[in-house]
Design a protein around this ligand. Structure first.
Ligand SMILES: Nc1ncnc2c1ncn2[C@@H]1O[C@H](COP(=O)(O)OP(=O)(O)OP(=O)(O)O)[C@@H](O)[C@H]1O
Length: 577
């Protein structure tokens, strides 16, 4: 509720206009039955045609004004709700951008997508309803009740008698709809997750001929969602017939009692017609308000899910006051660094220390799961160390203004990711103002000139979602070119050469070496041939450094390194390495 109120109050002018339209519309709606009563009693029953015409014209005019106000109300209400939801989505997206990997993992990417799209949409539906009818109906109800009681108190008691029954019904429906709404949104999260997994992993699903299994997985969650939705909508839809039953009973009683009063001469026909009109307004307003009230738990569930995203604070803050400039560029020092993921009990990095200077290449090798990727992700603060410290240019990474820290680092992830757009767009992602020469130079070093020039549109070739129209090796080379364009002080290659053939890998590293003479290079690799020229190789085993040195030194002194190298290189390569 607070969330919706906060965002609505940001648009005070539109809100005021909304109120104005509501107020005018109510005045008109409440005035019409009185005009009608007067037309019947003073015009029709007394055969005064002029009076009928006069009041008829007045009613027409009033109805026209009412229509304009109604149109205004719909326009202002829609504008207001779309603006509110736009603000909510913007704020959610902005906050999600600041999340560390930990918050992404905790909330789940699929759930975040549902929250930004569907939950925001649910809030929009509810607010639309509130703005159009939520304010109007209570006022209309109160106004109509005042007219009902003031016109005929003896008939009014029948209307008042049915109100507690209606209120109880609305309360019961709202109470039951809340848990159903919660379940509905969480099954939507699951649908989203399975669709996402299935579509991104379509090739694996097909290769393993697992379509039937995946289909049944999807069917299961889809059925659950449908069942929940049916229960929710059934619950909501019982409200209308029940309401009309009560409404019709009240009408029958009123017409019965009213007819008797007319017979006794204590009530005029026109007054009874106006009275019935007011009752219709009162009960109809009540029903509309009840619908808003019943929609509230559903919207509240969504609003709470949105609030959760807005409240989630990253443990890795931007640090506005942090250091932006340093004297040196690219000096790295890890001091007794340990790290544990929140989900894992024991540390996956244990007491790691090493140093790297500009012009040096430091490589990491070790069995899968030994902690190589985790270790280098601590550098740009994708995660924060649990113990120890990491210094870049003598400053603890935590003391930097976060964007300045990340600007120092050219990070090329294990899984090359391209954005949809063109090749040029993807390269400019690294440096928006890069010149044509800079683009060409980066492509040349990354060994990408050849395949890019063979594309029909060259740099303007379209990149599909996730870069699916490029091979794994091409994607890796474009991802490397994107990082090279920035000319950062530190390069971090997380197994970024794995999809390249040996010759391209060797050419790329050779050109890279000539290009990045003043930068510090960290390379994670599975292939010994990729890192054997490194100035320092660090061997990791279960998160611990079990060896440091050059290729030659490690071959002689480190069994784990020797085993890895001998499983990949020929005897000749081992000896000449
Ligand atoms: N997000 C995560 N949450 C929890 N545990 C994780 C997470 N990412 C990795 N791990 C665990 O941390 C350990 C180190 O993983 P890491 O990816 O750093 O290894 P690696 O040496 O880079 O492996 P590979 O060579 O296969 O890429 C593994 O045991 C892995 O299961």
């Amino acid at each position: 509720m607070k969330l919706m109120l906060r965002y609505t109050l940001k648009h005070k002018k539109l809100l005021f206009l909304n109120f104005l339209c509501v107020f005018g519309f109510i005045m008109i709606e409440l005035g019409l039955p009185t005009l009608l009563a007067s037309m019947i009693d003073k015009g029709i029953l007394e055969n005064d045609t002029n009076y009928v015409k006069k009041i008829g014209l007045l009613m027409l005019l009033v109805t026209a004004v009412g229509m304009v106000l109604h149109l205004g109300l719909t326009y202002v209400g829609s504008r207001l709700t779309t603006l509110i939801v736009m603000d909510i989505r913007d704020d959610m997206y902005r906050n999600v951008q600041t999340f560390s990997h930990h918050e992404y993992e905790q909330l789940g990417v699929s759930s975040l997508i549902t929250r930004i799209t569907n939950d925001a949409y649910q809030v929009m539906l509810f607010l639309g309803m509130v703005l159009r009818t939520g304010f109007m109906t209570p006022m209309m109800f109160i106004g109509s009740m005042v007219m009902i009681v003031s016109q005929n108190a003896s008939l009014a008691k029948y209307v008042l008698m049915c109100l507690p029954i209606l209120i109880l019904g609305v309360y019961v429906i709202a109470k039951f709809s809340e848990p159903l709404s919660k379940r509905q949104q969480s099954s939507l999260d699951k649908i989203n997750r399975i669709v996402r997994e299935n579509l991104t992993g379509l090739r694996v699903v097909r290769a393993f001929v697992n379509e039937k299994f995946q289909e049944s997985r999807f069917k299961k969650v889809n059925e659950k969602y449908t069942k929940n939705s049916i229960n929710l909508y059934t619950l909501m839809s019982t409200s209308q017939p029940a309401f009309f039953l009560v409404f019709n009973i009240v009408m029958v009683v009123l017409i019965w009692v009213g007819a008797k009063q007319i017979e006794a001469g204590s009530l005029q026909v026109g007054s009874l017609v106006a009275f019935i009109e007011y009752i219709f307004h009162a009960l109809f307003s009540f029903m509309m308000f009840a619908s808003v009230f019943m929609m509230f738990p559903r919207a509240e569930v969504s609003a709470n899910r949105i609030q959760e995203v807005l409240d989630a604070k990253s443990d890795i803050l931007i640090n506005e006051e942090g250091i932006k400039e340093t004297k040196t560029q690219g000096v790295i020092a890890f001091h007794n660094v340990s790290f544990a993921y929140e989900e894992t009990e024991s540390p996956v990095i244990r007491n790691v220390s090493f140093e790297a200077k500009p012009g040096e290449t430091v490589a990491f090798i070790g069995s899968t799961g030994s902690g190589k990727s985790t270790l280098i992700q601590l550098l740009p603060r994708f995660y924060d160390v649990t113990k120890g410290e990491i210094l870049i240019d003598g400053v603890n990474v935590k003391d930097y203004y976060l964007p300045s820290l990340r600007e120092k680092i050219g990070y090329i992830p294990q899984k090359a990711l391209l954005f949809s757009g063109t090749i040029r767009d993807n390269l400019l992602f690294g440096k928006p103002d890069a010149t044509e020469e800079e683009l060409a130079e980066a492509l040349a070093i990354a060994q990408a000139t050849d395949f890019v020039s063979k594309k029909e549109k060259g740099l303007d070739e379209v990149v599909s979602e996730g870069g699916s129209n490029f091979s794994g090796g091409q994607k890796q080379r474009l991802a490397i070119a994107r990082a090279l364009i920035r000319k950062p002080a530190i390069y971090v290659f997380d197994d970024s050469f794995s999809a390249l053939d040996y010759a391209t890998d060797a050419q790329l590293r050779q050109q890279l070496k000539a290009e990045v003479t003043n930068s510090t290079v960290l390379i994670v690799a599975q292939r010994v041939s990729t890192i054997m020229d490194a100035d320092k190789i660090i061997v990791l085993n279960e998160g611990e450094v079990v060896g440091q040195g050059t290729h030659r030194e490690l071959l002689e002194s480190n069994d784990i390194y020797y085993d890895i190298a001998s499983s990949q290189l020929s005897q000749e390569e081992l000896l000449n390495g």
